[in-house]
Design a protein around this ligand. Sequence first.
Ligand code: S3P
Length: 466
Amino acid sequence: MAMEINGKTKVCALIGHPAEHTLSPLMHNTLAKRLGIDMVYTAFDVEEADLADAIRGAYALGIHGLNITVPHKQAAMEHCVSVSDAARRIGAVNTLVRGRKKDGYTGDNTDAPGLKRALLAEGITVSGEDVIVIGAGGAARAVLMVCAAEKAKRIWLLNRTVERADRLAAEIAGATGYNRIEVMSVADHERIRLRAGHKAVCFQCTGVGMYPLTENAPIEDAAFFDKVSVVFDLIYRPQETRFMRMAREAGCTAYNGLKMLLYQGIESFERWFDVTVDDETAGEALEVIERNLTEKKTIVLTGFMGSGKSTIARLLSDLLDERLLDLDSEIEQRVQTTISDIFAVRGEEAFRAIESRILQEVARTEQPPFILSTGGGVPLRDANRKLMRELGTVVYLKTSPEEVFRRVQGDDSRPLLQTDDPFGTIESLGREREEYYRLVADFTIVTDGREPEDIAGEIVSKVFPE
Ligand code: S3P
């Protein structure tokens, strides 16, 4: 249904600081559109000193509902005319509901019910289970509330500063009567002793591993995951944290925080509009958020020599009207030498160093979005793969050795293929590299027997769905 803003349109908003990267407007406006509710949702960046004025002003303007996020969740409580039991127990509000008669907003907290609904949706049970919670901030508080209410068998609360975790455990005990929380330093995690034959549900509630410091994890020891069956990481940017990746590699199931974000929002929405959001609508809102998070407009092409990267990059650049960058050409221009000469005079290692340096320069200085075609050896280095992924969507053009051989025959511009047995070189190098192409790519396209135009079209439809 197309929606038109008019004099009757209700306004809801998020108040936070900062507020510009929030996904809440996208989520709530999607919900309103799908449910035919005449509402627009926006975000306000409000500094601490202005919070009281902002809330009072919002009420005076008739703003229908508010979400409150960091750093205002505690302070906003004081500016509500009443506060729900849930919010009082948790000591923070994230949702302000406009009372019909009252002269102000009622404060509520949907973090715990949102998490409960997310757990239900993922099929995760904490009732009677051993639970490990990492972190002792606001997110951990909501997790502990749910685990206490659901009667987890026992909870290990791990934090860098033990005192802070001690205080939180005491608060939870005071609010809920739950007293089976054992506090320890994250560094002491080996001391966790689970019941024989049991594995724990682990909640990652710190900001460690969040964009842009995505290579960090709160626990680096792979042996930790021997004690864990399920990881629920409350981070959703990136959608797979390093901690989640480690968990998956160790055979655990891992979830990110997107569903908790979704359901805490849905719980707010339901309070403002006195509706129940059905699963289908929730799923649609989730899809819109996920798409927004994965939308990366720069396209990076990877694959073996002769896989068609340059040709397809040129086509993509025309189709999307975006700038074309070819890493090999960039190298030749910036170093003022041909690739063959670099190999001949300085050797492959020197070439790899130059290649990495120019990739870094391109990533740092070129204004996105663009189409980047990269040399076949670029993904061999960890740091290069990381940069490629940060730049945008990475597409692996996969071509059989036979086809590569056909395409590069008679072409002497590739020093690595100037051997007695080029086909054998293509085969063995290709086999060695396959893993790296797969690691770096968001998706793979097999190019054998297909026209470049057809391949470029498929890439565009995958990168820009709808
Ligand atoms: C190389 C691939 C070449 C070029 C250099 C090394 C490789 O680029 O960077 O000869 O190691 O695979 P193309 O893949 O564009 O041919």
